[in-house]
Design a protein around this ligand. Structure first.
Ligand SMILES: Nc1ncnc2c1ncn2[C@@H]1O[C@H](COP(=O)(O)OP(=O)(O)O)[C@@H](O)[C@H]1O
Ligand SMILES: [Mg+2]
Length: 274
């Protein structure tokens, strides 16, 4: 089996430090993986038994091109996750229709159209790595950023800042082939404190209510998923809610759990058989 490990060589994209671990695990499962730049025009995707979307982290600059790419590749080989999932999941408006608890989100039509909250997070619906995302207590600043993003033709999300990301933290639950692998507590991104080797993600056991919510979220997606990351936070009343469902190009925290790379590889091998 020959499988494309879909990545990028864009200078602005973060380095994918999980690539070698994943490829080694794939090899152990009899899968020959090859890193491929999704925008490389010389690639013949039909040469591969499958293409696994892993770290095309520049897609955020070319989202429409990326979605078109996904459909094109899916017409000549097996794309994982599937193209309809990629199209749906690269725009956070999916949070409006999933039917599960999320951070209360206002979808403004104009810069002046904002609720009264103590502290705002303003983010575009198409984003990753907190790109173009701000946190502010100043309503005018929130309004200005909202107007700027709307002016660029982008869909905007306005949320209250959820302080629990700094204490309990954001919890990411990783699934391979629909099976739970591991969960990590994430470093909060809007605090001005950079992520370092010391404060980076740490392994954590989800609570029962977090497990239950994650399962409910995944059950709402009508596709077989090779990989899924469910990102949860707790609201001030203790309720766990979805902040983001990552089905496109999640970092998988493969270093956090010894068994994770093999689970990933086994799930891929299983799907390639089917
Ligand atoms: N409403 C919020 N309250 C607190 N922190 C937030 C909020 N929204 C986003 N963040 C922080 O910003 C990060 C990025 O936001 P997220 O919605 O996950 O978008 P993306 O990861 O796609 O950029 C989160 O991991 C979290 O640390
Ligand atoms: Mg996120």
């Amino acid at each position: 089996m020959k499988v494309a490990y879909v990545t990028t060589d864009h200078p602005l994209a973060r380095q994918d430090d999980e690539r070698e671990i994943a490829l080694a695990a794939w090899l152990g499962a009899g899968i020959e993986g090859a890193p491929v730049n999704w925008r490389d025009p010389d690639v013949d995707w039909s040469d591969f038994d499958a293409a696994v979307v892993r770290s095309p982290w520049d897609y955020i600059l070319y989202r429409d091109e990326f979605v078109a790419w996904a459909h094109r590749v899916a017409s000549v080989t097996r794309l994982l996750n599937p193209a309809p999932v990629i199209e749906w999941n690269t725009d956070k408006t999916y949070l409006r229709t999933l039917g599960v608890p999320t951070i209360p989100t206002h979808w403004p039509e104009s810069g002046t159209d904002l609720p009264e909250w103590d502290e705002y997070v303003v983010k575009p619906a198409v984003s990753a790595g907190a790109r173009d995302t701000i946190r502010t207590t100043d309503r005018e600043t929130a309004a200005g950023h909202t107007a700027k993003l709307l002016g660029e033709g982008r869909t905007v999300m306005v949320q209250p800042y959820v302080p629990s990301v700094e204490q309990e933290g954001e919890l990411s639950l990783l699934y391979f082939g629909g099976r739970f692998s591991h969960a990590v507590r994430r470093h909060p991104m809007l605090t001005g404190v950079a992520e370092t080797a010391e404060n980076r993600a740490t392994l954590r056991d989800p609570d029962d209510d977090q497990f239950a919510l994650a399962e409910r979220i995944l059950a709402a997606v009508p596709h077989d998923l090779l990989y899924a990351r469910v990102d949860l936070v707790r609201m001030p009343d203790g309720e766990p809610v979805l902040i983001e469902l990552e089905l496109t190009e999640p970092y998988l925290f493969l270093r956090s759990e010894l068994a994770a790379p093999d689970l990933f590889a086994e799930a891929l091998a299983e799907m390639l058989k089917g």
